[in-house]
Write a protein that binds this ligand. Sequence first.
Ligand SMILES: [Zn+2]
Length: 340
Amino acid sequence: MNWLKKLLFIGVSGIMLGTMLNSNTYASFFVDEVEKVYDEKLQKERENLANLNRFKKIEKILTKAFDEKDENIIRFIKFIFDEQNSLTINQGEIVEKFEDIFDFSIDETSAIVKIIKNIVELSMYEDVIGDEKYKGLAVFKDHILQDSNLKIITKFMTRNDCFSQGKTIDIKGIMVHSTASPGKMADFWYLPWNRSYENGEMSREVCVHAFLDNIGVYQYLPWNHRGWHAGGPANNTHIGFEICEPEGIIYSDDYSQIISIDVEKTKEYFEKAYNNAVKLCVMLCKQFNLTEKDIICHCEGYELGIASNHGDVMHWWKFYGKNMEMFREDVKKSLQNRFV
Ligand SMILES: [Zn+2]
């Protein structure tokens, strides 16, 4: 397998993907990336007619495959975009198909997949934060990040319908949730939730702005983007984030209540996660001109008639002697400290 085949594949895939996504950004991204790596060789080889023919041949195969909706090609492209498919689709089959067409080895195919994925993810992220409708509010402003020691990783769930619908909201408050999924930490949720409900990839419409745990925060949606977390009108007004629950909690079969919890074992985790939630709310309050009074949890949202009937977060916090009044007080203190 020589470099030229790889180059051609990446280039053609870029153009194909760019067309698929109705944007030239993707195609130009690929071309830039390819040129960076192969610049010198590219110039020489471009003059070589035989290689241009090879390029055209691959382009033809891919175009034909798309025109005819060749399932293997479509699955391969889906696989590139969607890590979840690596769990359900036989990668070997796809690689074999590509070996037939392009003579790629398994290692080469996975290297190409990685490059394409990285480029696409990066360009999608940049498209979002640079998008006019997000008005620079998709992520935290630099001075707010600098004022906090909270660790934040941004990785948008671009496959989730909630993301692709791209509705923005006028932020009026923050809704605090907890997952009711003991032991599943903030980084876990990207894979199961970066899916499309419309395409039957997940069983419910759900997406929150962020998950946090004892380590830090994963931001999965632009902050001023409408999420699906409240099961009610609060989706139109509130940023929603989930606090991950630690191992050592057992729920009743219908998840309506906690039937067993190891408070001693989970106390340290809780305190760290709670403090991270305070820090995140402080940052959100600063960026969106909110106060502690604008923060509610899911069960308070239900009481106010703007969210579905869920018990989080009080159903869990009560075991550690915490409630939302205390939480708001802690956020208020942190907000005031800044101005001392
Ligand atoms: Zn909730």
